[in-house]
Design a protein around this ligand. Structure first.
Ligand SMILES: NC(=O)c1ccc[n+]([C@@H]2O[C@H](COP(=O)([O-])OP(=O)(O)OC[C@H]3O[C@@H](n4cnc5c(N)ncnc54)[C@H](O)[C@@H]3O)[C@@H](O)[C@H]2O)c1
Length: 377
């Protein structure tokens, strides 16, 4: 029988954006039990929140170091830690747990800067005992996995163009001023917390990862134009990037956090020599396959020609699945990897290496925008 993994959580306290999603999705397949946590840097908040999750008081910690130290001393200590703090602390927290041989599931970005990402990657590579999974959750939707397979099977031929965009409006249509910016953006205004670029680390990272994930291509050079709100509000709000991929394909990338009416607009189109694919996160159970000759096909999750997507779905075709289920796929796949180290099995969850490449892309965008030059990466 497979072991139910004991999960510890760092971050994701009351009112946090992503904490609830991790907690729900880790429980969906019954492969984890939340046993410990440091949910906030505030002792009382961490403790009362842990109690609300029915955790024992002695396993609600006020900081991650004490949590890692004490959990490693317990016979019934956690197996895996899930990190969902803001980006600036992903590297130090992950490294602390990795050094104590805990497996890690971390939310993105992999790290908040490329320097941090290189250090974290090296720590992960040195420890052969641990499994590391990154919740680039969009890559885990059934129809994204389907798109990846269609590309791999050559259904759209050689890839020639990749066009990805992820736009949001973080102020919900309110005019952003110096005065209200702190309330709207909170830690996203602090470079030490959000890292090298707010828009790229927070949402651009997903878009670049998704493009690479589906296409199987790696970027090779880029020209980026990153803009800040204005002189008073020191926050990158828009990035446009022209990309060349290693196989000669051309890419266009747009990410923005002040696109009015842009409510979670993640969209990708990939064009090959035989046709193209289009997937939109707001309608995630469908994938458009546009052959260069003949009728457009709309493939549906788990249905006929999209049979492969069943592997990543829990609900029968015709019934929608979404964001939480995609997160759950990553938890599920990491649990299976921990429980069976079979190296021959194809695994789909996003890895540390994918995180490192995305961090390198972001740093190159920053350098290119500053120098106003094409740069190789
Ligand atoms: N994958 C996704 O779709 C997705 C969506 C939203 C956010 N995120 C990522 O999740 C992370 C958190 O974002 P959020 O919007 O939930 O932030 P948030 O500010 O809403 O919540 C952060 C939580 O972490 C706690 N915290 C901060 N530092 C801590 C520490 N050192 N120890 C213990 N707890 C600590 C805070 O008290 C808070 O409860 C970010 O990296 C963000 O990029 C991912």
């Amino acid at each position: 029988m497979k072991k139910i993994l004991k999960l510890g959580i760092v971050g994701g306290g009351p009112g946090s954006w992503i904490g609830n999603i991790h907690r729900i999705s880790s429980g969906i397949d019954g492969k984890y039990k939340i046993c410990a946590g440091s949910f906030s840097r505030n002792v009382k908040t961490s403790s009362s929140f842990g109690s609300s999750l029915n955790l024992n008081k002695d396993r609600c910690y006020s900081n991650y170091k004490t949590m890692a130290d004490r959990e490693s001393e317990r016979e019934d200590g956690i197996d895996v830690v899930a990190i969902m703090t803001p980006p600036g602390s992903h590297q130090i927290i992950a490294e602390y747990f990795i050094k104590k041989n805990f497996h890690v599931i971390s939310d993105k970005p992999f790290a908040s800067t490329y320097d941090q990402a290189k250090k974290l990657y090296s720590t992960i590579k040195k420890n052969k005992k641990i499994i590391y999974g990154l919740t680039h959750n969009y890559s885990a939707y059934p129809m994204v996995r389907m798109a990846k397979k269609l590309v791999k099977d050559g259904k759209i031929g050689n890839i020639e163009f990749v066009n990805v965009e992820y736009v949001q409006d973080w102020s919900n249509g309110i005019e952003v001023t110096k005065k209200n910016s702190k309330k709207i953006f909170r830690w996203k205004l602090d470079k030490n917390v959000v890292g090298s670029s707010a828009v790229l680390n927070e949402i651009g990272t997903h878009a670049y990862h998704l493009a690479n994930y589906i296409s199987g291509l790696k970027g090779s050079s880029l020209f980026a134009d990153i803009k800040k709100f204005n002189k008073k509000i020191n926050l990158d709000n828009n990035a446009q990037v022209l990309l060349n991929y290693e196989n000669g394909a051309k890419g266009m990338f747009w990410t923005c956090i002040s696109a009015k009416g842009g409510n979670y607009g993640l969209r990708i189109r990939i064009f090959g020599s035989k046709g193209s694919l289009e997937w939109v996160q707001n309608d995630p159970n469908y994938l458009r396959l546009n052959p260069s000759k003949g009728a457009v096909k709309i493939l549906e999750k788990g249905f006929h020609e999209a049979d492969f997507s069943k592997n990543f779905a829990r609900v029968k075709s015709g019934h929608p699945e979404g964001y939480v289920d995609a997160f759950a796929n990553i938890y599920n796949e990491v649990a299976d990897h921990i429980n069976s180290k079979d190296n021959k099995k194809i695994r789909y969850y996003p890895t540390a290496h994918e995180g490192l490449l995305t961090a390198k892309f972001i740093q190159t965008c920053i350098d290119s925008s500053r120098k106003k030059k094409w740069l190789k990466f």
